[in-house]
Design a binder for this molecule. Structure first.
Ligand code: GLN
Length: 475
């Protein structure tokens, strides 16, 4: 059977009777059996359930009653709740925890007949950029297994990269969908903050978190967005509008105004191949007739500090609920309230999560609140205002997704600062709430994929997706 790279191709073959849905699921299960033991992308596979769903949906297809996503086989990140299934945020503290309800995004894809094939590995509580902090061990990049998958949605990316499913739902707080997509040669999308309900997404930093798809084509991302976006009574921060795409986004011919940051291109840490591809991408956009101009972004150096100050503060509060009482695991040494909390947390959380809880507690502590938390909030506002002012002039902002290609396993694991700095281009969109997409654009000399990021004005998700889809047709 073909290795499919779009839902459109699958649906065409299903309609033509060239394949059946149970056959398609069996193909993905076979790929999982072959590749997952080495790559470690999925931590649990719902084989029987997926086959049973395929049977049911095949009948609906035969009767012409199937939903929009019939034929889409999906993995969901281990921090997205799915009723009756485990969700552990790849942490020992939640090992064995079974969710009592499904995330809104999960309910919505199921209602349109997508099939969930498994739960994907991730950095513990989505904190990381390499998928090395997971209690289940690292995820390996299918192109070169000595390299990281990226993170935190590394398992999500590799599940798609290695054809274990067609698409994945990940989450993006500071780049966790876009960066692994870029490391694996895929499309990764972080919608406008609030475009998808956070109901059922295990919280890391609530004012930054969003669910996002990882796919092989922009069209599939758009199909998923049309289904999962929109208002939700369970989440007051969910926006009131749905993301709806124009009829033929690939035929968009409008000439756009696009900016790139001088500071990003000149930034010290950017790998030569990534810089070269970014320049080539800009040239390509100009060739297509778009107006591309260089602008200054004076806040580039403060993005990472602002991001880590605010997200750790929010994480320290969000993760206080994991105390060995309501969810997941309780320490065997627990005797009373104090030992329950103390031992369950110290045994259950990994080193990176502890580092962030402590940093967050520190920046919120009374003596330092103004110097760190308050100040970072003010700078967040400046970044947001400045970004808004740029989008009065231009339609999109282009940058590399990550300053480097996928690095070696273990290369940055003992240097948190180096790991954090790698988030420089992705955290911007989460700080300001803008939508941003990563699309593959070439490779370095070793064949490792490079991703380009396009960011748009808040709530311009449909425009960004339509434009990117038109680009993928023209490139
Ligand atoms: N690498 C970033 C972090 O560690 C992003 C994580 C994410 O988006 N979930 O926080």
């Amino acid at each position: 059977m073909n290795q499919y790279n779009s839902l459109k191709a699958i649906q065409a073959d299903l309609t033509a009777g060239l394949i059946t849905l149970p056959g398609l699921v069996a193909m993905y299960l076979k790929n999982i059996e072959i590749h997952n033991p080495q790559l470690n992308a999925l931590v649990e596979v719902y084989g029987e359930e997926a086959l049973a769903a395929a049977d049911k949906i095949q009948t609906k297809l035969n009767n012409g009653q199937a939903g929009k996503l019939a034929g889409m086989v999906v993995s969901i990140k281990d921090n997205i709740c799915y009723k009756g299934h485990q969700s552990s945020a790849s942490s020992a503290i939640l090992k064995g925890f079974e969710s009592l309800f499904s995330a809104t995004a999960v309910e919505r894809i199921l209602a349109e007949d997508a099939i969930i094939i498994g739960r994907s590995n991730c950095d513990e509580f989505a904190m990381g950029a390499s998928n090395e902090t997971s209690v289940y061990g690292p995820v390996l990049n299918a192109i070169n297994p000595s390299k990281v998958s990226g993170g935190s949605s590394g398992g999500a990316a590799v599940s798609v990269q290695a054809n274990m499913c067609l698409a994945a739902l990940g989450s993006d707080t500071g780049g966790s969908v876009r960066q692994p997509a870029s490391f694996c040669g895929l499309v990764g999308y972080k919608p406008t903050y609030g475009a998808i309900s956070r109901w059922g997404l295990i919280a890391y930093a609530s004012s930054f978190d969003i669910i996002g798809p990882i796919t092989q084509s922009v069209g599939d991302t758009s199909s998923i967005m049309e289904v999962i976006s929109g208002p939700d009574g369970h989440d007051a921060t969910a926006l009131n509008t749905k993301v709806l795409l124009p009829k033929s986004p690939e035929k968009m011919t409008k000439k756009m105004k696009i900016a790139y940051f001088k500071e990003a291109i000149d930034s010290e840490g950017i790998a030569p191949a990534v810089k070269q591809q970014t320049i080539a991408f800009i040239e390509k956009l100009k060739e297509l007739g778009h107006e591309v101009k260089q602008v200054s972004f004076p806040y580039l150096d403060v993005l990472v500090p602002v991001y880590y100050t605010l997200t750790t503060a929010e994480a320290s509060s969000n993760l206080s609920r994991f105390a060995g009482m309501h969810y997941g695991r309780r320490s065997e040494r627990a005797k009373d309230l104090e030992t329950t909390v103390k031992f369950s947390r110290s045994e259950g959380f990994g080193a990176e999560v502890k580092r962030r809880i402590m940093t967050g507690t520190f920046v919120l502590s009374s003596g330092y609140y103004d110097a760190y938390y308050s100040k970072a909030q003010k700078v967040r506002r400046l970044v947001k205002n400045y970004t808004d002012s740029l989008f009065e002039e231009v339609d999109f902002i282009v940058s590399p997704t990550s300053p480097t290609v996928a690095f070696g396993i273990g290369e940055k694991a003992s240097n948190p600062l180096a790991m954090y700095l790698a988030d420089i281009f992705t955290v911007h969109a989460n700080i300001s709430g803008n939508p941003a997409i990563s699309i593959p654009f070439g490779t370095d000399e070793m064949g490792m994929p490079i991703g380009m990021q396009l960011m748009a004005s808040r709530s311009k998700d449909a425009d960004l997706l339509a434009f990117t889809e038109s680009l993928s047709v023209q490139f």
